[in-house]
Ligand binder design. Structure first.
Ligand SMILES: C[S@@+](CC[C@H](N)C(=O)[O-])C[C@H]1O[C@@H](n2cnc3c(N)ncnc32)[C@H](O)[C@@H]1O
Length: 278
């Protein structure tokens, strides 16, 4: 399509039609299907980014992307919200520790954990700390994935602000972090226990055999059909008796249809043997 043809198609900058031009370009260039994200929310967020970049329309921004690849990465870097903090929603982490992890660690030689949509790593370091305390470190496989490469690099560095680590108990802070000025750096031996990888939950293949999958505050951005598909794929990626850990307000309706049972708010267990029977 020529620039003139593209421009003539934009009657209303920022409109769904204008947005569709960007959706197609993003899909072609990055494989990310924006139509699987809640449309109004995503369009509003991207509209702010596009305007801040000085583009009068999504279509204009696509032309900019054609001239300058970095325009695409800066859009992708900012398209999702990457905020996270350690032990966010303390009550849920308490349930995880006392009701779920203890059982998993007792029964398993190797505990396989996947933090899907790990953002800056706050969530995956939270689980790494709990596992380090509960079982010999060598017996863990911890995978952390995200679609945002900037966040993944941040996660690999393991540098957190005092705000992000406010949920960490003081003895753990002393044991697992080194203060650097105003920030806190995760100790390298803990970082090394985690495999960080780029992964698009909507289009890449999933590994399997996980005892615990943590995917919190990620699916909330997706349309219902995409959510449903992902619940099924998570269920398939869990070993029998494995647990899916979601945000406290994330509910899977008719969870039995995807082979899961609710244990506590935000915790779903894959059908098969109970944790005790593994
Ligand atoms: C709000 S953060 C959640 C961080 C963390 N899980 C928590 O609850 O604190 C949402 C994360 O989901 C990631 N994300 C969005 N779409 C994704 C996709 N299709 N595949 C993988 N990650 C995705 C974003 O890049 C972002 O880092």
């Amino acid at each position: 399509m020529t620039h003139h043809q593209m421009e003539s198609r934009v009657a209303d900058p920022g409109s769904p039609e204008d947005y569709a031009v960007l959706q197609r370009a993003v899909k072609e260039r990055s494989g990310i299907d924006l139509s699987l994200y809640k449309p109004d929310q995503m369009r509003r967020r991207l509209w702010v980014i596009v305007q801040q970049a000085g583009s009068p329309s999504f279509t204009d921004y696509v032309m900019r992307i054609e001239r300058d690849e970095s325009a695409m990465s800066s859009l992708l870097d900012r398209m999702t919200i990457n905020v996270s903090e350690m032990f966010r929603n303390a009550k849920q982490w308490e349930i995880l520790q006392t009701e779920i992890l203890q059982e998993l660690c007792r029964q398993r030689h190797t505990v396989r954990v996947w933090s899907a949509g790990c953002a800056n790593g706050a969530e995956v370091y939270s689980i790494a700390i709990l596992l380090a305390k509960m079982a010999p470190i060598a017996s863990h496989f911890i995978l952390a994935t995200d679609i945002d490469r900037v966040s993944l690099n941040q996660a690999r560095q393991g540098l957190f602000s005092s705000d992000e680590i406010k949920g960490v108990a003081p003895p753990d802070l002393q044991r697992y972090f080194t203060p650097t000025g105003k920030n806190f750096l995760v100790n390298p031996w803990l970082v090394e226990r985690i495999t960080f990888q780029y992964h698009n939950l909507l289009s890449d293949p999933y590994l399997s055999g996980f005892n615990l999958i943590i995917c919190r505050n990620v699916l909330i951005y997706f349309v219902e059909t995409a959510k449903r598909l992902l619940y099924q794929r998570f269920s398939d990626a869990l070993s029998a008796g494995g647990v899916l850990f979601l945000g406290g307000t994330e509910i899977i309706f008719r969870c039995e249809d995807v082979g899961l049972h609710q244990m506590y708010p935000g915790f779903y267990r894959r059908e098969g043997h109970s944790l005790r029977e593994i």
